[in-house]
Design a protein around this ligand. Structure first.
Ligand code: FAD
Ligand code: SF4
Ligand code: SF4
Length: 401
């Protein structure tokens, strides 16, 4: 699928703004008209919105009109499942997807791909906000396989033409959705933490941390559809099930070429975690560099166990090899949304905060009263973790007796 770009000479006023805005040095002026060097042009589109008289147009060469933006309607989400269980990130996508679809006055569609009987799960998606669920079930699709899933998703997106496509920025989403974007020749805004609709243009505003988390960038997709984004797990609220909600379920077959894979799943090995998985935990006790060594995480684990919670960690503790990566909270770790987050010996760098600041209650224990974690903490204890944490554990042990 190719596009072409052209300058409509009669409209060009020779202002040279496009020349200055082309990141690839692909535009030059000849006889006071802009000329685009097609060898250099990457079709990035940067010159299109800056041209005052709108003299630059990017068109699709294909005659089927798939890039006619007006043909793209509604919001579509990828309903992620693992071994037949819909993952909670899918409910978060339904919550946000419903809100966006309502703002557009359009439909919310969920795509569910899986093994035999996965269609049974479609009603759950409808009860949580989907107007239509497209199911592809086949025993060969029981386990997630990049190649099959991306081909199927690509085909359905091309047929249904959603204006917006959302998936979770989970391990599966991070592998599947870039491949799918390539299948349908679309861009992708990965790892969004906020999504909204611009009331004037009706475009999707895709917000995500940029420059090491120091700024939040809002990204638009003005010249292309679908607007594809992956969304961080636990940043958005899950849609609640509503009794009696009605919707349409469509079951479609996988095509034979979609079932061919160069990889096969041999077996699943569950990750061993000493306590609860941090993504799902209601209480997380996290340790940072202030724990001084791996052996001292025992006091964090003791408190987490007493509270029925999970053990989290800052990146500094993971990089030091004190904790496995699966426990890391933050920009390059997991985003968590527990009821209570207890940060022990963690300074509260912005990259850590983006992963935990939506916790309902934040408790910080740090010996430095100026540590940034105290700026977002609901309860702050200025003190030594090696004194405070065991005391807290003892107190809860006494209460739990
Ligand atoms: P420090 O910043 O060294 O803080 C240790 C704290 O412990 C200090 O505040 C100190 O006062 C306190 N302390 C020391 N001893 C005691 C004691 N006995 N009792 C009480 N308090 C004590 N970080 C993440 O956490 N998650 C991420 O996902 C992440 N992603 C990143 C991505 C990028 C691109 C970059 C550049 C950085 C990222 N970081 C991430 C790193 C981040 O910038 C910080 O370096 C890191 O969070 C610091 O970890 P820390 O708070 O444990 O360590
Ligand atoms: Fe330059 Fe991008 Fe315009 Fe091509 S589309 S001319 S690369 S700004
Ligand atoms: Fe011509 Fe538009 Fe480029 Fe100005 S910005 S030179 S009007 S094509």
């Amino acid at each position: 699928m190719k596009e072409k770009i052209e300058v409509i000479k009669d409209i060009c006023i020779g202002c040279t703004i496009c020349v200055k805005n082309c990141p690839f040095d692909a535009i030059k002026m000849e006889e006071k008209k802009a000329i685009i060097d097609l060898e250099k042009c990457t079709l990035c589109g940067a010159c299109v919105p800056v041209c005052p008289p709108k003299a630059i147009v990017i068109q699709e060469k294909k005659a089927d009109g798939t890039r006619d933006l007006t043909k793209y309607k509604g919001v579509m989400i990828f309903a992620e499942q693992k071994r037949g269980d819909i993952q909670s990130v899918s409910f978060e996508l339904l919550g946000k997807g419903r809100e966006l679809a309502d703002k557009l006055g359009e439909k919310l569609i969920a795509i569910l791909i899986g093994g035999k009987d996965i269609a049974d799960q479609a009603k759950e998606l409808i009860s949580r906000g989907a107007d239509k669920v497209i199911v592809v079930e086949n025993e060969k699709l029981e386990a997630f396989l990049d190649e099959s899933y991306s081909k199927i998703l690509g085909r359905i997106i091309s047929q249904e033409k959603p204006a917006i496509f959302l998936a979770g920025a989970t391990a599966i989403g991070r592998s599947l959705i870039p491949r799918t974007a390539v299948e349908i020749y679309a861009g992708l805004t990965a790892d969004c933490t906020s999504l909204d609709i611009d009331p004037e243009t009706r475009e999707l505003q895709q917000t995500r941390p940029a420059f090491g988390g120091n700024i939040m960038a809002t990204i638009l997709t003005p010249n292309h559809r679908p607007q594809m984004a992956t969304v961080r797990h636990k940043v958005m609220k899950e849609a609640e099930p509503q009794d009696g909600r009605k919707g349409e379920v469509i079951i479609i077959e996988a095509l034979s070429n979609e079932l061919i894979n160069r990889t096969k799943v041999e077996k699943f090995v569950e990750e061993e975690e000493s306590t609860v998985n941090i993504s799902e935990a209601d209480i997380i006790v996290s340790g940072g560099r202030g724990m001084k060594g791996p052996e001292n995480f025992k006091i964090i684990e003791d408190l987490a166990l007493e509270l029925g919670g999970a053990v989290g960690s800052s990146r500094a503790a993971v990089d030091a090899g004190w904790m496995p990566y699966s426990h890391q909270v933050g920009q390059t770790g997991k985003t968590v949304q527990p009821k209570v987050y207890i940060a022990c010996g963690i300074s509260g760098a912005i990259q850590h905060q983006v992963g935990m600041r939506s916790a309902d209650i934040i408790v910080a224990i740090n010996k430095d009263p100026h540590a940034p974690i105290f700026e977002i903490a609901d309860y702050g204890i200025v003190g030594d973790v090696f004194e405070v944490v065991p005391k807290l554990t003892k107190k809860f042990q006494a209460l739990n007796k």
